[in-house]
Design a protein around this ligand. Sequence first.
Ligand code: GRF
Length: 199
Amino acid sequence: MRLVVLASGRGSNLQAIMDAIDRGDLNAEIAMVISDNPEAKALARAAGRGIATEVVAAKNFQSRQEYDRALAKLIRDIGPDYIVLAGFMRLLGPEFIKQFPNRIVNIHPSLLPAFPGLEAQRQAVEYGVKISGCTVHFVDEGMDTGPVIAQRAVPVAEDDTAETLAQRILKEEHKLLPAVLQLLGEGRVTVTGRRVKIT
Ligand code: GRF
């Protein structure tokens, strides 16, 4: 299974994927890591492993559509099995999404459909939920609305801040994302409408 990973920042989920590959838990190859942010630590992590990297920066494009077209072309030329959004902070437009149906996977730090969008961990703490977690889902044209592939629950402590909860959730993200990618690689994930079955 060949992957393209899109990441805008720290890249700890990218790291978890690379580590799972190294351990032999994930049978995959990362063909390229692409970022919209030239400063992303994810790029350095990838380069350190000899993985090809590319920056597609928003400032070089007139519109969102142009950006999405350039990104789609770059990815089509690589022809990965899956595109993994690992902390990619740009919303991808419908034209992009349509080209890769059920081929784009995102990790989100809440139990969707609760707390979509930015700062999900802060939203959870402020709402006062007792359980949150993380979700790996296929990306559709909405914001964090695509079919759910897998979720892990994480307890929220009474004295949690957004940061302490984020740390606890992140540990689960690092296990869940590579595990889901392995299931995809094994062809064990089927999607019917919104419902995802793992066999
Ligand atoms: C993670 O919390 C992920 O769920 C969210 O963005 C964050 C990315 O962190 N989509 P990292 O760059 O993988 O460390």
